[in-house]
Every structure is written in C-alpha cells, then in structure tokens.
Design a protein around this ligand. Sequence first.
Ligand code: PMV
Length: 337
Amino acid sequence: MSQKHTVISPANIAFVKYWGARDLERAIPVQPSISMTLRNAVSHTTVEASDASGPDEVLVAAEDGTLAPAPPAFQERILPHLERLRQRAGSTAALKVATRNSFPSAAGIASSASGFSALTLATAGALGLHLEPREASVLARLSGSGSASRSVMGGYVEWPVASHGEESDEAAAAQIADAGHWQLADVIVLVETGPKDVSSLGGHRRATTSPHFARRQELLPGRLEAVRDAIRRRDLDALGPVVEEEAVELHLITMSSKPPIFYWQPATLAVMEAVRRLREEGLSAWYTMDAGANVHVICEETAAAAVASELRGVPGVRGILPDGVGAGPRVSDEDLF
Ligand code: PMV
C-alpha cells in the first residue's frame, strides 16, 4: 500500500525580519516577525508513503521533470524532518520525496520557507496526518527553517515569540489579515541567481555577535506595532519606511557580525537607489531584502507593471519575478512522480 500527496507552498517576504535564534535547531526566535505570503514563488513537493521497507529517498526535479538524488547537504536537512513527521504520525512508512522550486534556490527568496512548508504539509498528507494551521506552523518551524512557520498560511502573517514558560512548541504563526485584505505586489528584482556564500542559518548563528543586535531588540516593539497598524489600515506610505529600515538593519547586522557577511552586490545598491528615484517621481514603492542580494520591491498591485519596467533597465539586473500576496499552500494533483 502506498499513499501519495502533493502540495504547492509559497515563499514569503518578511516585513519585520526573523534574525537570531534562542535555539537555532528548533528555530525558536529572539523576536516576533511579520511577513507577506507570496503567490508565484513556490515549492512544489510530492511525498509518497509506502509500506515497503527501505530508506527514505529525496529527489530534486529539474525543469524538464527529470528526477535526480538531492545533494547531500540538502538531504541532511530533510531526512531528520521526515523522521520527526513519521514519529508524529506514529508511522513506520518509508518516504519518497521529490521537490522543485519555481525560482532560484538559496538566493534570498526564502526557498527554505516554501520548501519546508511544502515538505511538512505533503508528508503529513501522505502519512494521513491532519494538521490544523497552528500545528502545521510549529512542525514546519521544527525543520530548523523559522520562516517556514509563516509560509503555511496565506496573506499577512505574524510569528510571535512564545510567552514565558512555553518556550518549546508554542510559538505558532497566525494570520493577521487574509490575502484579499490588501492587494500588495512584490516585484522581485534578481541581481544574483546562484546560491549565496553563507546560509541564513549561518547568519542567525552569528547575529548576536553584532554590536547592533541588542539595540535592534529595543527598536522592534515599535516597528512591529507600526507594521501591524499599517497592514490594518492598508497604508503603504506608513508601511514602506519601516520595511526599508528593517531590511537595512538586517544587513547592518550581517555586515557587523563576527566574521562579517556581505550579502549585497553592487546591483543591490543600484536597485535601492532606483526605487528611491521612483518615489521622487511619485510611485509608492519600497525595497526589502532577505539574506541575499536580490531586492523585493513592495508596491500596490496597480503600480507593479510600472515598477517592473523601470527596474528592468537598472545595470546588473538579471530579471524580474512579478509576485504578490497569495492565499497560502494548496494541495495539487500534479504529482512529480
Ligand atoms: O527561516 P530561515 O532560517 O531561512 O531565516 C529567514 C531569515 C530571513 O529571510 C532573512 C528573514 C525572515 O524573517 O524571513
């Protein structure tokens, strides 16, 4: 007997970033974060659970659909998560996984968020485990990818820290507004398509070595409230400056960590400059970056085409991925094998 389940899960872009963990293995954050779940940047994952004995198998699908064994570093992160989910389901089934991303992996487009969200939901489905969103969020996070806890839901999502004494498994993300509440776009500007030198896990590990880390914690309560309030009121001119401040501060911390990490490329700065120019011309568009060189430009959906066509011409830009707020993961009948 075997059971196959396929899930397509989106990435997300954080407005208030998760950076630094109290427990990195279980991704217990130092502070809350808030993100917008995307629509087009997705991981597509099929999991088959079967009674046949044997080791789990993890495959990566190429664009033409051919499957190849996942690289060892990738398998090392996935296999313990499969074991965790199998135990949670009280199952002994062998699992076969195939996955592919609609966007370049490990380049600051939250591939770990969409990947572990899709993997968690597809594996749970194959094992016959029904997960409420809260439990799905916690399980996705236990993969070690904190931002995956926010990708299991659509719209605008806050991932809080657990209240005192509930440190372990209580910090589940929750939706603060659905995708229909506010049609925001994310014009993703690619300046780099290869994997980055230092993973976000490496960055989290070093975050507290920056002299700016402690100061950031003092500033965050005000910023979180400003972002919640701007989302509630759909006020982009209130949201934008906070989103930019957050992005710059994330990179200020990476660049001042010991040893430092430089994620930006010259073209990252050129795009930031171009976005500031767009604002002078009257377009409300605001940049943010995750742990990578690519730039996410947040604007109203109605302004997205104009923003994309302006930014496409900036020297060093290799492409644009138009994206925007989305409704979250969905089950698919397009199995990868
Ligand atoms: O979930 P991780 O461990 O890949 O960390 C995500 C870190 C950022 O993308 C930079 C910020 C965030 O909150 O998504």
